[in-house]
Design a protein around this ligand. Structure first.
Ligand SMILES: [Zn+2]
Length: 176
């Protein structure tokens, strides 16, 4: 899937968190969506080119060196896209939770998981448990799987954008 689809899917994954009473509030809904969108870009550090690798912060591309190593070491849609990669990333979220609280850590993890779920809906799929590149894992039946960059994926973009808008609006402060 394309970077923007992943970012939107990640932000949209905060819908799951909003099912927990009191977790998502007017004050934190937008930051949580942003954190989840960021988390949703991270698995593509292993891609030759990706949104996360080209992300610029103050004129620098801080994720480019890590991405270079990850791509060279494992290749695309390998360890970072595997269930084992998700478990390892969940472990990395623990210090985030200790530093900034559980909600940002959960948002980061949800974003990452949404990326794997999104790629599991494509024809290439993701590695099977724990990291089996030869046994791909898919969430959709063969004929329904998406092709990255296809019209079908383009159609998802406005739908995801509307879902996020509804999430933000549902937490809009309604003071008279
Ligand atoms: Zn990916």
């Amino acid at each position: 899937m394309m970077g923007r689809t992943h970012a939107l899917l990640g932000a949209g994954s905060i819908w799951l968190l909003s099912a927990v009473p009191g977790a998502v509030t007017n004050a934190n809904v937008a930051p949580l969506c942003a954190i989840a969108a960021f988390g949703a870009l991270l698995p593509d550090l292993d891609a030759g080119e990706s949104m996360i690798r080209s992300l610029r912060v103050g004129g620098f591309r801080p994720f480019a060196p890590i991405g270079f190593v990850a791509h060279r070491q494992w290749g695309h849609r390998a360890l970072l896209h595997s269930p084992a990669g998700l478990v390892a990333f969940a472990g990395l979220c623990i210090p985030v939770g200790l530093l900034w609280g559980p909600l940002p850590a959960v948002a980061l993890g949800l974003g990452y998981a949404s990326h794997l779920a999104g790629d599991a809906c494509t024809r290439t799929g993701i590695p099977g448990w724990p990291n089996r590149p030869d046994r791909r894992f898919f969430l959709l039946p063969p004929r329904s799987r998406l092709v990255t960059g296809s019209t079908a994926e383009e159609c998802l973009v406005p739908l995801l954008a509307v879902a996020i808008l509804l999430l933000l609006l549902s937490h809009y402060p309604t003071t008279a």
